[in-house]
Design a protein around this ligand. Structure first.
Ligand code: PAF
Length: 281
């Protein structure tokens, strides 16, 4: 497995692979890989002739007071896991390689004004911009994204559709710890006590999954999920919301496919989780 740091060198390799008519699977990440990323890489390995993984902590998707500097980085550890999942090449550019005083950006309206977009107003513009850049650099056949970042996945699907980007987007289910906590690079910020408290997100999801089946309107569902979370003293709710699975707009009646999503601070660490629901499925 190769590790490449420049766009030029990656393009030269990809040029050869394309000339050989290989399909290319692409897994964009910010590194500090865990089993959730493992599932993305394995899915890419299964579906494609070649697999490209990017590891880039993208500065444009972090707000001013967010954790850009503190975000965990470990390219050596990432290379080990990537190689065991069958990745052919890691693209790990520097911020200078990716951005030189940029003036052009990609943004999306409406889908980014709910859920995480409320607390993180510039986040999805940064994500859309870097993902577009990475798509243009790699030009993959398929690209893989985790369902844990469900709003990001919906936004990328819509961006690709609206801009006629010729790439198939594949969503991969959430990978959880034995106690239900969704795998996330940010779990590493949690103290032992906070790690225990963080299981409250999944507990509220379990309650939500039971209650949504009996036809509760969204507002009641949200209240009962919130009251589970409020029982944990270390937890502070950012949002618990029910949105249309495609448009990401708030719904009251669960009469279409929905996403039930939450962001909760455990101490200073902001964690997200969600589940999808369609009546009769
Ligand atoms: O999901 C992530 O890790 C990032 O938002 C992504 C898609 C790699 C863009 O930086």
């Amino acid at each position: 497995m190769k590790i490449i740091h420049t766009i030029q060198e990656l393009r030269e390799l990809l040029h050869i692979w394309r000339a050989e008519r290989n399909t290319i699977g692409f897994v964009p990440t910010m590194g500090f890989l865990h089993d959730g990323h493992g599932a993305l890489m394995k899915a890419a390995r299964q579906d494609n002739d070649r697999v490209v993984l990017s590891v880039f902590v993208n500065p444009t998707q972090f707000g001013e007071h967010e954790d850009l500097e503190a975000y965990p980085r470990d390219l050596k550890g990432d290379a080990k896991l990537a190689s065991s999942c069958g990745v052919d090449v890691i693209f790990a550019p520097t911020p200078e390689e990716m951005y030189q005083n940029p003036k052009a950006f990609v943004d999306i309206v409406d889908l980014s004004n709910t859920l995480c977009g409320v607390t993180r107003p510039i986040h999805f513009k940064g994500v859309c911009t870097v993902v577009t850049k990475l798509f243009n650099i790699v030009q993959p056949t398929r690209a893989y994204f985790g369902e844990k970042d469900a709003q990001q996945l919906a936004i990328i699907r819509k961006m690709v559709k609206d801009l006629n980007v010729p790439i198939t987007i594949v969503g991969v289910p959430i990978v959880r710890e034995a106690d239900g906590l969704a795998r996330s690079s940010r779990n590493t910020y949690l103290s032992a006590e906070e790690r225990q408290a963080a299981t409250i997100l999944y507990k509220s999801i379990q309650v939500g999954k039971e209650q949504i089946k009996i036809g509760m309107p969204a507002s009641e569902l949200i209240s009962s999920m919130k009251s589970v979370i409020q029982g944990e003293p270390l937890a502070r709710i950012d949002y618990v919301s029910v949105v249309d699975a495609e448009t990401m707009q708030i719904v009251e009646f669960i009469d279409r496919p929905v996403l039930v999503a939450m962001a909760v601070y455990i101490g200073k660490t902001r964690l997200i989780d969600n589940f999808s629901y369609t009546i009769g499925r």
